[in-house]
Design a protein around this ligand. Structure first.
Ligand SMILES: [Zn+2]
Length: 1006
């Protein structure tokens, strides 16, 4: 799934909760805190083997590192610069570096002797030195532990479980979130009759199962169904009626038997039921759109990941219960239906009713990947080898589907060849759904998208196409990573999402290099680091149990950090095929099955060349089993270079500093060899500190790529937040910015400075706000004024100018405002014939929205806009108004869903919170409407994460901290345990600390 708001990387949220750092969820069920869960309930006798409880793995072995180096002051100065270096390489990929850089300086001295601003610069270069061209250090691993720790043996005297009471008053025979393993589904036969007038549906689900071990019960998931009839058939016996028990809090149903079902037997459970179509964005939900004649058209679609297949049909709704599916859907003649498989036949049931039957799935699949759509969409299609690829949209947007079809076919060919496993289905549909919360969802053979993520016009800018291509590349990668090979449980969601994210960037660099996806990948890695530097972050692979915890896994740690560590691994392995061979082996070995993180590392280890010293399993588990990342400090004395690692943790004042160690592949080159990748030397830092010798004669190369420069900027701000370098050092580093013209360093510096500007603005530090504005203008003013306002081909230039101009106009730079206003006027007067370049639309609409006369005009345009991407930029503009009445109106309209879709609320709230006028209103709105919000977007979901972060991340005072704390603790089971709540509090404390430490400095130096 791509849960992100694809329009802005800066908004991608983050949030964590401190979980057991190394737990790899096993096949065994969790220990359930029954005392807490249901102490009041009576006990239920006999135990199945399923009920034997295991302790989660919890111990780990830490290896202490070597001692610290003693340093004198000069070395210390060098050292702080060296830290920058270490940090900077965390974000680099040698694969991404360009072979030459426009940014070249004189070779720095070989030692740092004078601590001063100059030294700072020199040392920064020294860093470079040390790594001279490439100390590609990517994320850091550690590993010093044996990832497992000890698992305790099965207890011989299992605790007495306490069973809850079902809705009919009988004991419900199961007390855990995870289902028992005693039965495994083999196939589902599902018939659905949706009624789009009454927004209800009836269903019949026939599940064929095999008994894995003797049991007296069947337990599965079902939510919101009124089960009208249930029959059970064992082996070749007669079907007989059975009573179904329901336990609503865990969305489970069960059938109890007096006789044991025996291992090896097959049986069939048939359930007839009725339900309402969901009015949220998950399950089998109803959606609507207004066609070009102003008529409301309704449709029904599905979104099951992670836990909502159970809302459409009773099922074993866990990813490891794979089965085949045969789906039939009844419909009126005006509609068409789609599902994972091609249509097998259509039967006319009456004049007004047809039944479409789809082929039985040719593969075993997890329930969260099942999908169906009932709508009046139209397709365009094309064949790629044996697969028919189609793109569906509402009829009037058909002409916006060409780019998606072209891109999808290219990418499908690429993946077929790259993995050497052909996409296994005969068709692949990509469908734009008018009401859709996530960016897209990778359902096997039927990928669903937000309209913005799939539809672009011929005139759309390359940047808009980049969004569409990225999402398609991500979802297509899932057809292998996730669909063909699936994580066993949600604790390893990163195996799906980290891989799809990595493949998305990797495939686009090869297939569509013009989209210049590298800057975006770098920027999202920075944001993942920002989140992972918090104590509230979590390990990539982390224990999850409750539905909220499952929802929370959809965050930048699973996606971007997951992708980053794969990037690091790929760059550390010798040759350019090792990584590919490893993942091909992984896909072939586990095709159709479920895996955990160890399976992946084992596959990659198996193809390692024997001469190589890198132990993939050992290295990578240090990255997946513990949260955070290391700060690597590089220092040099004569010919000896010392690397030291420590946990980079922003909240580290007291006892929270950890002794985590990573296994870090550090690569470097020097002037004895060229920039050729074959010159790279690899050092693995596994302990706290290690040294290596260099030839005395070595000189260092002094070329910094734009990725390096962007990383240095990101790192120095991070180190400043940590308190390791003063803000004065930050300002010193930024002195070179007026000479910088590359996109990624400029956008990163703008983002960081903007964050500080926002904090000052929200604290009403008027004097400093003005000074900060002047400072930003002094660095970027001329670059801002030099930007063009006409169509621009290069993606990189589009990214650069949109970031610059949004800041310029946001800070009311006259030149910018004038041009934006002129463009808006031209747009309005042209009556639809003039199109504002896609990358400039946001700045133009935001400027228009500040004017009393233009805001209603923009609202009117919003109501009539066809392109979803343009529409969202208008909405973001509308929400940036500083008129409080309008802000209140937008918030209410978004909550109501009319005329602003509720799916856009996270976007609206984020835009409002950027401005001074609305951010406190937004926070009040969230508190007052919390229950409605978590009804629309589940507790812990990405939408809720985004909303919480937008509203709280700019607070920096004790009063706000208390207020936010008070609110979240009052929520109890409605969200007080959310990782995003912990992250919000931690962020406010950090903001407060930064302000306390740096306000005097800002007053002096800005
Ligand atoms: Zn995904």
């Amino acid at each position: 799934m791509d849960p992100f708001d694809s329009n802005s990387t800066g908004e991608r949220a983050n949030l964590p909760r401190n979980m057991i750092e190394n737990s790899m969820f096993e096949e065994e069920p969790d220990v359930v805190d029954l005392a807490k869960d249901s102490a009041a309930f009576p006990t239920f006798p006999a135990l199945d083997p399923d009920e034997v409880a295991y302790e989660p793995r919890s111990s780990r072995l830490l290896v202490r590192g070597l001692g610290e180096n003693d340093m004198d002051e000069d070395e210390e100065d060098c050292e702080s610069s060296a830290r920058l270096l270490g940090m900077s390489f965390m974000n680099r990929s040698s694969a991404h570096r360009s072979s030459s850089s426009p940014y070249t300086r004189q070779a720095p001295p070989r030692s740092c002797s004078r601590p001063s601003a100059r030294t700072m610069v020199v040392c920064v270069l020294f860093l470079v030195i040390v790594a001279s061209m490439t100390m590609v250090l990517y994320f850091l691993p550690g590993c010093t532990f044996t990832k497992t720790g000890c698992r305790k043996p099965n207890k011989t005297t299992p605790f007495e479980p306490v069973y809850p009471v079902s809705t009919n008053g009988e004991l419900f025979p199961w007390a855990q979130y995870r289902l028992p393993q005693s039965l495994h589904p083999l196939s589902y036969n599902i018939t659905l009759s949706p009624n789009l007038d009454s927004m209800t549906f009836t269903g019949c689900t026939v599940i064929t199962m095999i008994v894995q071990h003797n049991t007296k019960r069947i337990v599965l998931h079902s939510a919101g169904h009124n089960i009208t009839k249930a029959t059970f058939k064992l082996g070749e016996g007669e079907a007989r009626d059975v009573t179904v028990l329901e336990y609503k809090p865990k969305q489970q149903i069960a059938v109890k038997f007096s006789e044991e079902l025996k291992a090896g037997q097959t049986c069939v459970l048939t359930l007839d039921y009725s339900a309402n179509l969901s009015h949220t964005y998950d399950g089998f939900y109803n959606s609507s759109y207004t066609d070009k004649d102003g008529n409301k058209r309704v449709l029904a679609a599905t979104q099951f990941e992670p836990l909502s297949a159970r809302k459409a049909f009773p099922c074993f709704d866990e990813p490891a219960f794979k089965a085949t599916f045969l789906i039939k859907i009844k419909r009126k003649p005006a509609y068409m239906t789609l599902s994972n498989m091609p249509k097998a036949q259509t039967t006319k049931l009456s004049d007004d009713l047809f039944q479409d039957e789809f082929e039985k799935t040719s593969v075993n699949m997890s329930t969260y990947l099942v999908a169906f759509v009932v709508a009046d969409f139209t397709p365009i299609s094309k064949n790629v080898s044996e697969t028919l690829v189609s793109v569906y949209s509402v009829p009037e947007k058909k002409e916006h589907t060409d780019y998606a079809l072209d891109t999808a076919t290219k990418l499908l060919e690429f993946y077929n060849n790259f993995f050497e496993i052909t996409y296994p289905l005969k068709k692949l549909d990509l469908v734009a759904i008018p009401d859709f919360l996530a960016g897209a969802m990778e359902n096997w053979g039927l990928i669903t998208f937000r309209e913005t993520s799939l539809l672009v016009g011929k005139q759309s800018s390359t940047l808009e196409k980049q969004v569409v291509a990225s999402v398609i590349a991500h979802e297509l990668a899932h057809q292998w990573f996730g669909n063909l090979v699936t994580m066993s449980w949600w604790n390893d969601l990163w195996l799906n999402e980290g891989f799809a994210t990595y493949m998305q960037y990797m495939s686009l660099q090869t297939v569509l290099p013009k989209l210049d996806i590298g800057n975006l990948f770098l920027a999202v890695r920075f944001r993942a680091l920002d989140k992972d530097a918090l104590n509230s972050s979590h390990a990539v692979s982390t224990e999850v149990n409750t539905p909220e915890q499952v929802e929370e896994m959809f965050d930048s740690v699973s996606y971007e950090k997951g992708a980053s560590i794969l990037l690091m691994l790929n760059a550390s392995l010798p040759g350019d095929q090792q990584f590919r061979k490893g993942i091909m082996l992984y896909l072939k070995t586990f095709s159709g099955l479920n895996t955990d993180t160890d399976n992946l590392w084992n596959s990659l280890t198996q193809v390692e060349v024997p001469t190589q010293h890198l132990n993939v399993s050992k290295m990578m588990s240090s990255w997946t089993s513990q949260k955070g990342f290391p700060l690597v400090t590089v220092s040099r004395k004569g010919d000896e270079v010392t690397l030291t690692q420590e946990h980079f943790l922003l909240t580290s004042e007291n006892a929270t500093r950890t002794s985590s160690l990573w296994n870090i592949p550090v690569t470097y080159v020097n002037d004895s060899c060229s920039l050729d990748p074959r010159c790279r030397q690899l050092v693995t830092l596994e302990t706290k500190s290690e040294s290596f010798k260099l030839p005395e004669s070595v000189k260092w190369l002094n070329v910094l790529t734009h990725e390096d420069r962007a990383s240095l900027i990101h790192n120095i701000f991070a180190l400043s937040r940590l308190g390791r370098v003063s803000f004065q050092h930050v300002l010193n580093l930024l002195n070179y910015m007026p000479n910088e013209t590359e996109t990624s360093p400029v956008t990163e510096a703008l983002l960081q400075l903007n964050n500080i500007y926002q904090l000052l603005d929200k604290r009403q530090e008027q004097y400093l706000v003005a000074r900060m504005k002047n400072y930003i203008m002094s660095l970027f003013g001329s670059l801002m004024d030099n930007q063009t306002w006409t169509e621009e081909e290069s993606v990189s230039k589009q990214e650069l100018r949109s970031a610059l101009l949004e800041t310029a106009c946001g800070l009311k730079r006259i030149n910018c405002i004038k041009k934006a206003k002129a463009l808006f006027k031209q747009y309005v007067e042209s009556n639809g014939t003039f199109r504002i370049p896609g990358d400039l639309q946001q700045v133009v609409f935001s400027v228009a929205a500040q004017s009393d006369e233009d805001w209603p005009i923009l609202l009117n345009k919003y109501g009539h806009a066809t392109y979803d991407s343009e529409k969202r930029k208008m909405l973001r503009g509308l929400a940036s108004t500083q008129d409080v009445r309008r802000i209140v109106w937008i918030l209410k309209a978004g909550l109501k869903g009319d005329p602003i879709q509720t799916q856009e609320l996270p976007l609206v709230i984020s835009a409002i919170c950027n401005g001074f006028a609305g951010y406190l209103f937004a926070w009040d709105f969230i508190q007052e409407n919390w229950d409605s919000l978590i009804e629309k977007f589940h507790v812990g979901s990405f939408a809720i994460q985004t909303i919480v972060k937008s509203a709280t991340s700019q607070f920096s005072t004790k009063a706000h901290l208390d207020q936010v704390q008070g609110f979240f603790s009052s929520l109890k089971e409605r969200g007080s345990q959310m990782r995003s709540a912990r992250e919000a509090l931690e962020t406010i404390r950090l903001n407060q600390r930064w302000m306390d430490n740096n306000l005097p400095m800002l007053q002096r130096y800005l």
